[in-house]
Design a protein around this ligand. Structure first.
Ligand code: NAG
Length: 292
């Protein structure tokens, strides 16, 4: 959510020559689910939505560099904590037809990939093979404390800079995220970059939760977005570009936005849609949209 920095070229030195190979679409099967989570409820023979759309193998193909030593988040963003976090949000990847569900998952993975990217133009495997490389904002310009947010008062000495897959930022996001998920977001923001389960939960919480006048990214991607007159006047039309507007539109959308950042988000989205065998749908960018 915080502004992006470009990845330092030092990664080049450590870059591996191996390129990732795009896999075919993962097919829902229960055998691997049972072996991953032997204690899960046997009445549910089908794996939850996310896990049936993105298998561990496909996840590995989508994020071939996340565990490289050069990535500060190496060994943090494992499949299991993501699958577990998704179980807390059963509507994620579970609404609409098969294409809609896959497209929503692709959009979520694209947005968290841009937020955590270690990619650069000539990176091995391409710039979009480097999602989930960072877990914490580098050199935050401030502690992201909005003192006018009296409902979510900052704790002295704590910093609310970008952490986790969605780069959760600001006290007014850490507070409600913690309240919804059951941790002390204001007093213990470090947990978001310390516990992979909490990290993924904050990203899904952000994705699934409307913040009026903003709809949730989830509702936008599953066709449950009903634009107000203001939204219509602002060209805020459903599509991947609107999720970018929700996440960081004040910086990236509209004529004074950041087209390169928006293009990076779209690049990840196109790659994951291809891997999931689904089209991207319309309105990928937000250059014509007014920010909220
Ligand atoms: C809406 O989009 C059109 C082009 O499709 C553009 O001319 C107009 O300025 C946009 N309106 C806003 C409020 O951004």
């Amino acid at each position: 959510m915080a502004c992006r920095r470009l990845f330092p070229p030092v990664l080049l030195a450590a870059a591996l020559a191996a390129l990732s190979v795009i896999s075919s679409t993962g097919v829902a099967e229960a055998w691997w689910w049972d072996s991953l989570f032997p204690d899960h409820d046997d009445d549910e023979h089908r794996p939850p939505a996310f896990s049936s759309i993105v298998t561990p193998k496909l996840y590995g193909d989508m994020f071939p560099h996340k565990d490289d030593a050069a990535c500060p988040a190496h060994n943090f963003y494992n499949y299991t904590p993501l699958a577990r976090a998704a179980e807390r949000f059963p509507a994620f990847g579970a609404e609409g037809d098969a294409a809609t569900r896959r497209r929503e998952v692709a959009a979520f993975l694209a947005q968290i990939s841009h937020e955590t990217t270690g990619g650069w133009a000539t990176a091995p495997g391409g710039p979009f093979a480097w999602g989930l490389c960072f877990k914490e904002e580098i050199n935050p310009p401030s502690n992201y404390c909005d003192a006018t947010s009296t409902q979510w008062p900052c704790v002295a000495g704590k910093s609310y800079h970008g952490r986790g897959p969605i780069q959760l930022s600001w006290n007014f996001n850490y507070g409600p995220a913690g309240q919804a998920l059951g941790f002390d977001g204001l007093g213990d923001p470090e947990l978001v970059a310390g516990d992979p389960g909490v990290a993924f939960q904050t990203a899904l919480w952000f994705w699934m939760t409307p913040r009026p006048p903003k709809p949730s990214c989830h509702d936008v991607m599953v066709g449950r977005y009903y634009p107000s007159a203001d939204d219509v006047a602002a060209n805020r039309t459903a599509g991947f570009g609107l999720t970018t507007n929700i996440i960081n539109g004040g910086v990236e959308c509209g004529p004074a936005g950041a087209p390169q950042a928006v293009a990076d988000r779209i690049g990840f989205f196109k790659r994951y849609c291809a891997m999931l065998g689904v089209d991207t749908g319309p309105n990928l960018d937000c250059a014509q949209q007014k920010p909220y």
